[in-house]
Design a protein around this ligand. Sequence first.
Ligand SMILES: [Zn+2]
Length: 243
Amino acid sequence: MPEGPSIRILQEELAAFEGRKVLSVAGTEKSFDLQILKNKTIHFRTWGKHFLICCPKFTVRVHFLLFGTYLINERKKARPRLHLRFKNGEVNFYAGSVQLLKAPPDEIYDWSADLLNKAWDEDAAVNKLKQVPDMLLCDALLDQQIFAGAGNIFKNEVPWRVRVHPGSRVGALPARKRREIVRDMHAFAFDFLHWKKAGVLKKHWNVHTKSECPRCHIPLHKSYIGKTRRRTFYCEKCQKLYE
Ligand SMILES: [Zn+2]
């Protein structure tokens, strides 16, 4: 599943169509009439892993889920879920989910929760963490209402960077550590974006999919902790467990 920074890169790749009129629409999506987009002047926004096609009175949300992809000025053999043609080119979205939201995005989304948004609010995230003391850190870091855009790579890399065990209970973390985690989630989102654009994201993984701790040179643990049961990599020596 693409994480928030990948969705932001998509927005940048579609800059040529920003503020343009949709000349024609097609696609296999059946949950609403896609022709609602025809002849509309559209703007693109992102919130976490959601890609938003915005018109004044409604928004079309594209979520890539596990297998969603897109092509710009190119087509696959399979019919796209959503195809938009402009005077200067086209974009095709495949698989994933395409939904109609009948309100402008400002009425739907809390921009302060989006790690890459200018409105990101560190204090608000710290307060949200305080309200879930029983949650495990690995689950809290994937909670899109706290860290919109974060995915499994964030959940593995950030705890290692701040030396906290991902199985720690949020309520057991010292206040200073809680803030450090929030701050590093924000910093990591921009590191991720920068590395991904440069094509060097994987080179910067310290523990995600790795077998040895780069600090301690001992084997990493890999387990499926937390309610999400996603793959979690951590070092038992340098990442402190707060219980
Ligand atoms: Zn270590």
